[in-house]
Ligand binder design. Sequence first.
Ligand code: KG4
Ligand code: ZN
Length: 335
Amino acid sequence: MRVLGIETSCDETGIALFDSEHGLLADALFSQIDMHVEHGGVVPELASRDHVRRLLPLIDQVLAEAGLEARDVDAIAYTAGPGLVGALMVGAATAHGLAWAWQVPVLGVHHMEGHLLAPMLEEERPEFPFVAALVSGGHTQLVAVHALGDYELLGESVDDAAGEAFDKAARMLSLPYPGGPHIARLAEQGDPTRFRFPRPMTDRPGLNFSFSGLKTHTLTTIKALEAEGALDDQTRADVARAFEEAVADTMVIKCRRALEQTGLKRLVVAGGVSANQRLRQRLDAALEKLGARAFYPRGRFCTDNGAMIAYVGAQRLMAGEHDDQAMIATPRWPL
Ligand code: KG4
Ligand code: ZN
């Protein structure tokens, strides 16, 4: 089955073609970041309008890259939520319109299930069951994945998501949106011993996260340094490093705890923050000691993309699912 995947939940238009026999055939992405950067974050109305502009040309591009035509597509999968409602509706309407024109089934899928299963697009893919750490701009969750569609929430952030904390810390350091990659780059030059930031909720049992205290601590530190006139370039890098170390350490502690609690030996780390190299190094080192292993998506499939949506769609469509409603856009939707 060849499935066209459409992702428009936020600020990237992602399109891909996944073949259940031959794997990923082609994928393309348009990121709206340059358009939103001057506003310091995503402007929902601008995002929706841009998805309208990009979708059809990107679909043509992906079909051409795969050497296929519209009639070769067997089904369509799109992100039905969670996300920005206007952006979701553009993807949903396009998917349903094309499905009607091409007379193929169409299915709305869960964006976080896409992230969760993105490592399945790699050659070395994890077998079920595994623990998944979903770390994106909107979510920080630990999930026990027993099988396709069988997900048990183990813990989640009670306030900010990890990616959101990266974005806010970046803004405090006058770095552009999205902040994660900028913090990571600046932290390279940072001295890890200069500051030690808190590892929130790690001294208590449980698998929930909280990043708002770390955010406040970062802000207080920056304000104090500024007041002393001590926020030079090296100090900014030291702050970025302390922040990144604190997030990575917190994730390691909770992921280790989740593996111990479930007795599982495989960890999937996905979502935008899983692109963070320091997080990956720390997790790999910690898991080796446990005799466990981490699986990650390739760099460009850590953040939003159409490939993960086409993949999930293919699995579910092959299991016989399809939309029976006209069109679905669900801005808030638990996994
Ligand atoms: O999964 P994603 O593309 O979108 C959501 O579904 O939210 O995640 C975006 C988030 C942003 O907060 C961004 O700052 C963060 O992922 N991010 C990173 C890195 N690359 C992206 N955070 C830390 N280190 C990175 N290298
Ligand atoms: Zn995402």
